[in-house]
Design a protein around this ligand. Structure first.
Ligand code: GLC
Length: 475
């Protein structure tokens, strides 16, 4: 099968969040199973600056958008059995960030048109176009409306994966005509209309043959109002087309036995001692004191979704009990500011490293005793799976994929792989953190739980097989 992945991020070139990991790892796993997989992405400034010398030019297409016409040069690169196609629209994508511009609707509309015209030019005829989230959600509408009977396009099937239901890709209705050259009836009569705006995510929901999301629990949450950010009304009637498939992690990159970024490999047999040695090294490197006390780690985008506020509510109390915190991430200014304040207040107990630093991320996963993930919502979550692979016990809120991957001590006792709590309050997180601190002082119990976590199998083999089953049921 020819499978084309379409999203805004894919490792190792472009990553803002977990989406970048998934688009890449899933593609790699499908390629390993013999499928022909391509990923198409905008040729972002950061990619152009770093990789241009290794790109092959494979053609050009014209993009007409309202009164503007752009020429998009097309490039190709090859990695891990995946073909990456790059759409060079400098006017829209030669910018420092991936998202967040005032002309967001226009940028992704241009990308969608370019993909439509690109496929015959580069000679990739997909059996499946697999869309990820909202950015290119209009692609099936554009292709089916304009080229639905054209032999090249007519047998393509579409799958949408919802990674985040919070972003609907809303845009003003008149742009249906202006940017997409589509009849306004598609808005007026319904399929593109969501809460009196046009929506690229709704478009994808209406026009794809199958919808998946990134965990079984989140598939159920998408049928509730709170869990779906209002998508439930759309998804409920078509729930037979909705499947929850748990993401995996890239077990080549995250390998506790062969990780080049950590000073001591972590073996199951000597797990507690190996982790402690890594922790001592990290404390030295960061200027923290007393590695005999528990270390709580966090590697995350600092956004409202991730429940950072609940952690802030607990820092004072747990620092007074002796706990240490290492936090790596960037995001909303207010959250960064408050974390910086705590780091300043407790220089020997709290470290906040703003930004992303891959070797340090590896060291935090390996060295922490506990990993904080009190998310408000979490369709899957990847960090908790990485943490467990290094024997680090996640402390999670019981939501989405966190329910499917972490067995909380309060429910599972000896079989637990971490700690969990239900209510989105600082007190509830504190309650779970207290359990963690208690276990920390009972060494055999700690070791038992670390081993349970370490043994979890969350690679991509199973997940990619399930995706293939979805794809094959449609072609
Ligand atoms: C989004 C979700 C996260 C998921 C990731 C990859 O970032 O918020 O839960 O793990 O996508 O699917």
């Amino acid at each position: 099968m020819n499978i084309l992945m379409v999203g805004a991020e894919a490792n190792p070139y472009v990553k803002v969040g977990g989406l970048g990991d998934v688009v890449y790892s899933l593609s790699k796993a499908l390629a390993q199973q013999g499928e022909s997989v391509a990923i198409v992405l905008p040729y972002y400034l950061s990619v152009k600056e770093k990789h241009h010398a290794k790109m092959t030019h494979v053609g050009e297409v014209f993009v007409h958008l309202s009164w503007r016409t752009h020429t998009a040069q097309l490039y190709q690169s090859q990695l891990d059995g995946i073909t990456y196609y790059w759409v060079d629209l400098p006017y829209y994508f030669e910018r420092p960030n991936i998202y967040g511009y005032h002309d967001e609707h226009e940028r992704w509309a241009a990308f969608v048109h370019a993909i439509h015209w690109m496929l015959p030019v580069v000679g990739f005829q997909p059996d499946i176009i697999h869309l990820h989230d909202w950015p290119a959600g209009m692609l099936p509408v554009v292709i089916k409306t304009m080229d639905g009977r054209n032999a090249f396009y007519k047998n393509i099937k579409y799958v949408l994966t919802i990674h985040s239901p919070a972003f609907h890709g809303e845009f003003p209705p008149y742009l249906v005509e202006d940017f997409y050259n589509l009849p306004m009836s598609l808005y007026e009569e319904g399929p593109l209309r969501f809460r009196d705006q046009a929506s690229t995510l709704k478009a994808a929901i209406e026009y794809t043959d199958h919808i998946t999301t990134v965990s079984p629990t989140h598939a159920k949450e998408l049928l509730t109002y709170e869990g779906s950010f209002g998508l439930n009304d759309l998804l409920y009637p078509i729930q037979h087309k909705l499947t929850g498939i748990l993401n995996g992690i890239d077990t080549d990159e995250w390998d506790p036995l062969k990780d080049p970024h950590i000073p001591y490999p972590i073996r199951e047999k000597t797990i507690t001692e190996d982790k402690q040695k890594n922790k001592e090294a990290l404390f030295k490197q960061l200027g923290l004191e007393h590695p005999e006390f528990p270390l709580l780690g966090l590697v995350s985008r600092l956004t409202f979704q991730k429940g950072i506020g609940l952690i802030l509510d607990n820092i004072d109390h747990f620092v007074h009990l002796g706990a240490k915190f290492v936090i790596l991430g960037s995001g909303e200014g207010e959250l960064e500011h408050r974390l910086r304040e705590y780091a300043y207040k407790y220089p020997k107990a709290v470290k906040f490293i703003q930004g992303y630093n891959n070797p340090l991320a590896h060291q935090i996963y390996a060295s922490s005793d506990f990993f904080l993930m009190p998310s408000l919502f979490e369709p899957c979550g990847i960090a908790q799976m990485i943490a467990m692979r290094y024997g680090t016990l996640p402390i999670v809120r019981e939501t989405g994929g966190l329910i499917d991957t972490v067995k909380g001590y309060a429910h599972f006792k000896e079989d637990a792989t971490g700690f969990s709590f239900q209510h989105y309050t600082g007190d509830s997180l504190g309650w779970a953190m207290n359990q963690a601190i208690e276990i920390y002082s009972i060494k055999d119990k700690l070791t038992q739980l670390q081993r349970n976590a370490y043994q979890q199998k969350n690679d991509w083999k199973k997940a990619s097989g399930l995706y293939l089953k979805v794809d094959k049921s449609h072609v």
